[in-house]
Design a protein around this ligand. Structure first.
Ligand code: HEC
Ligand code: HEC
Ligand code: HEC
Ligand code: HEC
Length: 346
């Protein structure tokens, strides 16, 4: 091989190696206390894209509350009965634009009989209204007064762009193929790393311990393995990419386990983990028999939410803008949950 060939190979290698890098310029912004080196790295180009993606849709004008109540006018309202007819109609129109703008009312309704619960989408939507109110009333530790609406997750799509299912068992094909133990896939769920590709089942559905660092010299109380640390790192990688931030947005990396001197965002994230777990166990999983088969995962489980379902790459969903204040009917009161109905499958 001559020098020229060698150089062109080296050149090609450099192109491949740099392909994963971000094109400059980048800005760094101090985030933690002075001297801790806790900075966030931003790229104005990607920030512009994020600003575009997080523009709020125009809210319909608030309806006056003096028309008769929905419960007196309609046959089958279990959750929204207290709304005035004007509020009720405004919410139906808004829900349509947030969740099914192309499909329209018929995505949830049989247009010949709006009272009928024959479509699974309507049954799911009723539960979603309750879930949204529950988030806004009982999870203020996370969503504060900003809150969420259907748009936070759906953004004009019937199925939010970020959902997850339990992973299917590895299909080994033959006995001599090794068990990859849920990792080594370069999975997008964990930022294309080889970390465990489903960190959601153990942490955002189950309650596996996230804390793996020992705080004593000898591992007396804490016997977590390196393997468990990899699951924690998988979750943390998801959290960082879901919010579009670095680890130092929540941690002083001098010690990941220590809470002292950490930004307040870490505590908000702690509540977020519990909230996601609650939504998945109390709202999404019980809908398993309501969803048609084609909407279920490879192991037959219901679709579920993670940090990215709401955040979609932003430090706060929709860059912290609140749509809830224009839709007080989704702020509560947290109604008694209705049992989801099993829809006859066609
Ligand atoms: C995303 C699903 C969804 C879409 C889209 C939707 N609705 Fe609804 N609609 C519901 C749910 C859920 C209820 C029941 C609410 C309750 O139980 O309190 C309902 C109830 C109703 C009712 C009461 C029917 C009765 O007699 O019980 C009317 C009327 C109605 N919707 C009109 C509309 C119109 C008009 C549109 C289109 C502009 C629309 N809806 C779009 C989910 C939807
Ligand atoms: C925290 C995020 C979140 C919020 C808020 C939310 N949803 Fe959903 N929604 C989901 C997830 C996750 C699914 C499951 C996706 C699927 O169906 O595959 C879903 C599914 C649905 C479906 C079924 C879609 C289908 O075809 O399978 C409907 C209809 C729906 N939501 C309506 C609503 C309405 C109406 C609201 C507001 C009152 C709302 N959602 C609020 C996360 C959310
Ligand atoms: C959005 C905030 C947030 C981001 C970003 C974040 N973490 Fe965490 N991290 C937390 C919270 C909250 C906990 C504690 C979770 C619990 O106890 O339920 C935690 C726990 C940990 C732990 C376990 C500490 C112990 O007590 O043993 C490690 C290790 C860790 N994070 C590493 C990382 C790494 C590496 C990154 C970047 C890839 C990262 N974190 C990004 C919030 C965050
Ligand atoms: C139901 C939607 C939803 C889900 C799911 C969700 N968040 Fe949030 N999160 C929000 C909203 C809304 C805010 C803004 C609250 C505010 O304005 O203070 C927020 C704020 C935050 C903040 C504070 C940011 C700051 O700069 O102050 C952190 C950190 C955070 N979320 C982390 C997480 C993590 C980690 C997860 C997953 C374990 C998660 N969130 C899941 C809706 C959600």
């Amino acid at each position: 091989m001559n020098m020229r060939q060698l150089l062109s190979i080296a050149g090609l290698a450099a192109v491949f190696l740099l392909a994963g890098c971000e094109r400059p310029p980048t800005d760094t912004v101090q985030h933690g206390y002075r001297g801790t080196g806790m900075v966030q790295v931003y790229n104005p180009r990607t920030l512009d894209l994020k600003t575009e993606a997080n523009v709020l849709p125009v809210a319909l004008p608030l309806a006056p509350g003096d028309s008769p109540k929905a419960s007196t006018l309609y046959k089958n309202v279990k959750v929204l009965g207290n709304l005035s007819n004007n509020e009720f109609t405004r919410l139906m129109l808004s829900m349509t634009s947030w969740v099914a703008p192309t499909e329209g009312c018929a995505y949830c309704h049989n247009p010949a009989n709006f009272a009928e619960d024959s479509k699974y989408t309507k049954v799911v939507a009723r539960r979603m209204i309750e879930m949204t109110r529950h988030i806004n009333t009982d999870w203020k530790t996370h969503v504060a007064e900003t809150g969420v609406t259907c748009y936070t997750c759906h953004r004009g799509n019937p199925v939010p762009s970020n959902i997850w299912f339990k992973e299917a068992e590895q299909d080994k094909g033959a006995d001599f193929i090794g068990d990859r133990a849920g990792q080594n896939l370069a999975a997008t769920s964990v930022g294309l790393s080889s970390l465990p590709s489903d960190p959601f089942t153990p942490f955002l559905l189950g309650e596996l311990d996230i804390r793996i660092n020992s705080t004593t010299a000898l591992p007396t109380g804490n016997r977590h393995s390196i393997k468990q640390a990899e699951w924690t790192y998988g979750l943390m990688t998801h959290m960082s990419s879901a919010l579009g931030v670095n680890c130092t947005y929540c941690h002083n990396t001098q010690s990941f386990a220590n809470w002292k001197g950490n930004p307040p965002q870490r505590a908000v994230a702690w509540h977020g983990i519990r909230m996601a777990r609650d939504l998945n166990t109390a709202y999404m999983e019980p809908l398993t028999s309501t969803f048609p088969e084609q909407r279920l995962g490879p192991t037959g489980d219901a679709p579920k939410a993670n940090c990215a379902t709401c955040h979609q790459g932003a430090y706060k969903p929709l860059n912290g803008q609140s749509m809830l204040k224009s839709f007080p009917e989704l702020a509560g009161p947290g109604a008694e949950p209705t049992a989801p109905v099993k829809v006859a499958k066609k």
